[in-house]
Design a protein around this ligand. Sequence first.
Ligand code: ADP
Length: 247
Amino acid sequence: QQPKDFLLSVEGLTVSFDGFKAVNDLSFYVDENEIRVIIGPNGAGKTTVLDLICGKTRATSGSIHFRDRDLTKMRENEIVQAGVGRKFQTPSIYDDLTVFENLEISFPRGRSVLGALTFKRDAEVRERVHEVAEMIFLKDRLAMRADLLSHGQKQWLEIGMLLIQDPELLMLDEPVAGMSVSERVKTAELLHRIIEGRSVLVIEHDMKFVEDIAHKVTVLHQGQILSEGTMDKVKNDPKVIEVYLGH
Ligand code: ADP
C-alpha cells in the first residue's frame, strides 16, 4: 500500500527537544474507519505524537500525511479545517452554557450566513445538534447547564463539540480517565458508533477499554514503536511485557 491509501501516514517522524528525541524516526499508518490506540509507559512520546499531528508541536524531520496533505507544513487552524479534531485531557466546555449551546457554538462557521441563508442554517444547526446529542447520550440534557453534568457526561459533551465539526480524524487523550465502569462501557459504544466515515486515534492507559475499542494498537517506547498489531498480539509480545513489568 502507498501512503495515499491510508487516512493518516506518519513517516520518519522525529522531534528533538534540546537534543533529546521524544519521538524518534516514527512511522505508522492509520486506515479509514479504524480505531487506533497508542499505549506505552509515561514519557514514551504519546502526547507528543498527537501534538505533532495537530500542529501544536513542530516536527524536526519526517512527514505526516493526512490523505495527500502534509500536516507538518500546515498551521493548527488549517489542520482543524482539513478535518482533524483533538480532545485534550482537561475538558474545554463552557460551564455556564447549556449542552445545546455548547454544541451550537462548536458548529463550523466558515461560510457566510447572510440574509435568507440564516434561517436554513439555523435549522441545519439545530438538526445537527440533536443528532450529535443523541450520539453522546445527552439528548435528554440539552437544556442543562454544562457544569451540572457528571464528569463522564462532560467528556462526552466535549467529544460532541468535536463531532459537530465532522472531523475525519478524531484524536482523544485518555477519554475514560476518571470515568465509572458504566461510563467507560458507553464511551466504547460511542466510539464504535461514530467510526463510520472517520478514524479515531486514542491515547489510553485503561487496558480494559483498549480491549473494547482498539482495532489495532501501537505500543510506543522511548519515541519508537515497540510493537504493533491487534491487542491480542501486542499484549503477548515479550518486548511489551518486559517494558510494562519493568524487567
Ligand atoms: P507520554 O505522553 O507518552 O507520557 P510525552 O509525549 O508527554 O510522553 O513526553 C515524551 C518525552 O518528551 C518526555 O520525556 C517529556 O519530558 C519530553 N517532552 C515532551 N514535551 C516536551 C517539551 N515541550 N520540551 C521538552 N521535553 C518535552
